[in-house]
Design a protein around this ligand. Structure first.
Ligand SMILES: [Zn+2]
Length: 79
């Protein structure tokens, strides 16, 4: 069992057990990819959540791999 981030703990508090498991599962299919080094990680592994969302937004953050601040693509990994 991995450690939950503050955001994830907060959501867990507001959700039912089953609802939280659904959010966790869905968040793990959403990937964040660095536009610089192409390193990717799921939103869940980054300590975030994403549920009931569509589209491929971008987010500006620091890459844990190359340590550069740049745009990251968010996309849903198809199973
Ligand atoms: Zn990077």
């Amino acid at each position: 069992m991995s450690q939950l981030s503050l955001t994830q703990k907060f959501i867990k508090m507001l959700s039912s057990q089953q609802g939280f498991e659904t959010i966790e599962k869905e968040s793990k299919t959403w990937m964040i990819q660095c536009s610089n080094c192409k390193y990717e990680k799921s939103i869940w592994d980054m300590g975030g959540i994403r549920s009931g969302a569509k589209g491929n937004p971008k987010t500006y953050l620091k890459c844990p791999n190359c340590n550069q601040r740049n745009w990251h693509n968010i996309y849903k990994k198809e199973n």
